[in-house]
Design a protein. Structure first.
Lengths: 526, 430
């Protein structure tokens, strides 16, 4: 296989880069070892920062955030909910920080205005009565899945290609250039080569591993952040704790739910990370100081992502990972000791600045390719495509209620996702030469994200996929095991009260009756 | 509202498998018993009645002979509730229970000293002890890998004949799926409606006519568990006669018709046997009154009557049944606030892997009892002479992984009722 540019990683940066290059007439292939937004792009708040969070620690990032925030609201409005945001301080919070807040925002050109305390609590009745200061900012929320899927869809319109479950296993390097990248298809086990003029490492937290395969060294830190999803929406606006950034100080509404987080825990590797029980408890206790109802509400799911932070790995030691710049790192490996002329790494950064990261990377790539076309993503609106539409909470039920035919059965009754939506998603996955499994469909819809946490929709979806010939052989058992295990990661730290009763029903059906836990046993015999 | 007062010898709290079995055994022993509970939970019974399907859990080893398996389990896990009973008692309890189902027109079939292997809607296989007669030919057909037609229905979610056939291909190559419309139905189908409609001869005939052209060389026909509601024997006989081959049901997703059939059977027969039902009501408060009797406030949302009982048998289930409740940091028993055996903290409740071969420690949490099924405190002291507990509420068992849910319910209910009857006799000899 040949292409002009090979992009490693289908997070939001890789997706944005593919679109940017596509708009400049450059041909791309993305290889992704799992599925879209597998890393930090899928494990974050979905917050389109106003920038105010970084005014003290990283004013440059704060200003970048602000510019991109304004741009994305204009160019990708279908991915954004313009909720607005509040920064709130509680009795006992650092008064000097509160006093400096407005000035610091102004210096980064971030709009903010003080809000009367009574008015703030009228706007957001969930706020604690221990409120001592409030400022409005222009935070918004952004759907990271929709954003990536729409970028990928537009990239495809311009000749781009995505290979999912394709893991980079090595590079063929000759005369200071990557001749070919060796890739293994994890579904078939087959290996193949991809020849590209330029290779971009956009593997996020895995950028260090990819660089190592090319003989380059990146010193990276991995900072895990854990987040919780509440069953119902707790506030209209984004609510930020007005203090030096620390744990559990952002509550972000998203459709019918809210997301509370995050933590910052150093981990040794970006692989096999779990939201831990002590993090969950800490987040709830801290969050409840701002919004007391967070102590008793039902939580649907916990998840986590790893922030790739460049630098510091070699220094090691402690320190607060939040102090490391949230700016991004664009590395030209031609000018480094490994001297690989056609290899570029882009990592770090934030969801809010993904477009800017893609633009800067594409500029560098185009210089290498001798392509003169300028960036267009800061003027060209992001098309709203069908690939991503079903991730939006509330859309599937509205559409189904309005238009459903008698035989268009609901596969997911919690989130009201009918067969017709599943078929649409399957068609879109197949168009990208992917395999429509349970997890892939779950990623592209609300299936498995309601209160039943996959107890019922998992088997309903498996049965449907078999009846429509989308699954064959004994894939179903493995699909069920993988889908439920993935959901479990996010449920396990939150199992008390109603959620625990639900989990017991899940295990009663899938283990008690279906015996899924026994199916992998070798020599399953009787 | 003025509260009414009822006096009785025994209150059975709970209407799941253990509560129903306890009511049956109490009635057989002539105890003056009241039963309280919301009967919906039994709808989650999937059909097969497990005795012991897997031991040891960590090895995932299937148990061939459940009686030998129980003997070994009791040696390996002396705290398991089964270990409080003689095997002969467990055996008799199961026989009595199965005899009751037989009399009620919903017989179940065992292979005696062998577990049977049942095919499920997920295309997996499950070891179990007894199956409803409607399922009995399934294990035989699987064991012989006989040519078999599997029928699914358009509009029935979560049941795909093709999924089952392809998932089992390695073990049962002669399985052939077909998907048909269900007679006189369109749009979404619900198993309970399907089962009730097959109680009518006309629907059965139409179903036979629809299946027959697909029969080919099939020696068996498998269908989802919808073969009748009240008249399963008649429905099965007619289908088998019409198709000329044995027909069997495959357990569906929950809640299932198989569970609702059991619920109806108990609801119809227990009152006739002398049980006083306070169904669709729950215990809202409990007090110990003069002479150690229990006074229970019973109602749906507010207390409608007081039940004063000489003894109580608690069969209130686990978290789904609301017998146990977990707060963020601890597990409680919901009615008497009994001590609950549980892991030290939430970190130890569940494994990080849903399918961890060890099973989750929280599933072995519960109420610990003495040799007479009376709850004990953390030092092992019996709490009350006239309070008993049975079923999945009990500690030191994992019914989902051990595949012992029904056996545990029936056997411990029997053991607890026996102890309770002894207690009542001692206090006031008949």
């Amino acid at each position: 296989m040949q292409t002009q540019v090979l992009i490693i990683g289908a997070g939001v940066t890789g997706a944005g880069l593919a679109r940017d290059l596509g708009l400049r007439g450059v041909q791309t292939v993305i290889v992704e070892k799992r599925d879209v937004n597998n890393g930090a792009s899928g494990g974050n708040h979905g917050l389109l920062h106003s920038g105010a969070r970084y005014i003290a620690s990283d004013p440059a990032s704060a200003a970048e955030c602000h510019q991109e925030n304004q741009l994305l609201k204009r160019l990708a409005p279908h991915c954004v909910e313009t909720t607005g945001g509040l920064f709130v301080a509680m009795a006992g919070d650092d008064e000097q920080y509160i006093a400096d807040f407005a000035d610091r925002c102004r210096r980064c050109r971030i709009d903010t205005a003080p809000v009367d305390l009574k008015e703030a609590r009228e706007q957001e009745p969930a706020l604690s009565d221990r409120l001592i200061a409030a400022f409005s900012v222009d935070d918004a929320t952004i759907d990271p899945f929709k954003l990536s899927l729409d970028n990928l869809a537009d990239a495809r319109q311009h000749g781009g290609q995505l290979l999912r479950y394709s893991k980079v296993i090595g590079f063929e390097i000759e005369d200071g250039r990557i001749r070919a990248t060796r890739v293994r298809d994890d579904l078939t086990g087959r290996e193949h080569r991809i020849e590209a003029e330029v290779v971009v490492n956009a593997a996020g937290a895995w950028a260090g591993e990819i660089a190592t395969l090319a003989g380059a060294e990146l010193s990276m830190r991995y900072s895990k952040g854990t987040l919780l999803v509440t069953q119902s929406r707790m506030s209209h606006r984004v609510i930020n704790r007005l203090r030096k950034a620390t744990d559990a100080d952002i509550l972000v509404p998203g459709g019918t739910v809210s997301i509370l987080g995050t933590t910052s825990e150093r981990v040794d590797s970006p692989d096999v990370i779990y939201p831990e029980i002590h993090e969950v408890d800490h987040i709830i206790d801290e969050g409840a100081v701002m919004v007391p109802a967070l102590a008793d509400t039902r939580y649907i799911r916990a998840y986590c992502g790893v922030r790739p932070l460049i630098g510091g790995g070699a220094q090691g030691g402690g320190g607060d990972d939040r102090a490391v710049s949230r700016g991004f790192a664009l590395i030209d490996h031609g000018g480094r000791p490994e001297k690989i002329a056609n290899f570029v790494t882009i990592t770090g950064g934030k969801l809010t600045t993904y477009r800017l990261m893609a633009e800067k990377t594409a500029d560098l790539v185009c210089r290498r390719l001798g392509v003169a076309a300028p960036c267009r993503t800061h003027t060209e609106p992001l098309p709203n495509t069908v690939d991503a539409r079903w991730t939006e909470p509330g859309l599937a039920p509205n559409t189904w209620l309005r238009t459903h035919a008698a035989d268009d059965l609901l596969i997911c009754e919690c989130e009201m996702v009918p067969q017709s939506v599943v078929e649409e998603i399957v068609a879109s996955i197949k168009q990208q030469a992917g395999r429509p499994g349970l997890k892939a469909i779950g990623l592209r819809s609300r299936i498995g994200k309601g209160p039943c946490q996959g107890t019922f929709c998992s088997q309903r979806l498996a049965a449907h996929l078999y009846d429509r010939q989308h699954l064959s052989n004994h894939q179903g058992v493995e699909e069920l095991r993988a889908f439920l295990s993935e959901r479990w990661r996010g449920q396990q730290p939150l199992l008390w009260d109603t959620s625990l009763a639900q989990a017991e029903l899940l295990e009663a059906m899938h283990c008690g009756l279906f015996c899924l836990e026994l199916e992998e046993k070798k020599g399953f015999r009787f | 509202m003025k509260e009414k007062e009822i006096a009785c010898d025994l209150v059975i709290i709970g209407t799941g498998m253990a509560g129903m079995a306890a009511a049956l055994f109490a009635a057989r022993r002539g105890l003056d018993a009241v039963q309280v509970g919301i009967t919906g939970e039994l709808g989650f019974a999937s059909g097969p009645l497990d005795l012991l399907g897997v031991h040891p859990v960590a090895e995932g080893r299937m148990v061939g002979d459940p009686w030998q398996g129980i003997a070994r389990l009791c040696r390996d896990e002396p705290l398991h509730p089964y270990a409080k009973l003689e095997i002969a008692t467990i055996r008799r309890a199961m026989e009595d229970f199965l005899a009751f189902l037989q009399t009620g027109g919903y017989p179940h079939v065992t292979l005696g000293a062998r577990n049977q292997m049942l095919v499920t809607a997920a295309g997996t296989r499950k070891p179990t002890y007894a199956v409803p007669h409607t399922m009995q030919h399934g294990p035989t057909a699987l064991a012989h890998q006989a040519p078999c037609l599997l029928v699914g229905f358009e509009g029935l979610k979560g049941f795909s004949a093709r999924q089952i056939a392809l998932s089992l291909e390695r073990h049962w190559p002669d399985l052939r799926p077909v998907r048909l419309p269900f007679p006189d139905a369109q749009g979404e189908l619900y198993t309970e409606h399907m089962a009730r409609s097959l109680d009518a001869a006309e629907t059965r005939q139409k179903l036979v006519d629809a299946i027959r052209p697909h029969l080919g060389d099939a020696q068996y026909v498998g269908l989802p568990a919808v073969l009748g509601f009240y008249r399963t024997e008649r429905v099965l006989a007619d289908l088998q006669q019409g198709l000329g081959v044995p027909v069997f049901e495959i357990p569906t997703m929950l809640p299932a018709v198989t569970g609702v059939r059991l619920r109806e059977l108990f609801e119809q027969r227990l009152p006739a046997m002398g049980i006083r039902p306070l169904w669709q009501q729950r215990v809202l408060g409990v007090q110990r009154v003069n002479g150690g009797r229990w006074s229970l406030a019973v109602g749906y949302t507010e207390a409608e009557r007081l039940v004063v009982a000489r003894s109580v048998l608690l069969c209130s289930g686990r978290f789904f049944g609301k017998g146990l409740h977990a707060r963020r940091h601890a597990i409680q028993e919901t009615i008497f606030d009994l001590p609950v055996v549980q892991p030290v903290d939430r970190e130890a409740w569940h494994h990080k892997d849903l399918l961890d071969p060890q099973g989750h420690p929280i599933n072995r949490a519960g109420v610990a009892v003495d040799e007479n099924f009376r709850p004990v405190d953390h030092q092992g002291n019996t709490l009350f002479p006239n309070l008993f507990a049975a079923g999945s509420l009990l500690a030191y068992q994992d019914w989902m992984r051990q595949k012992c849910g029904s056996g545990l319910a029936v056997a411990t209910a029997c053991g607890a009722v026996n102890s309770c009857a002894d207690f009542l006799k001692q206090v006031a000899p008949a």
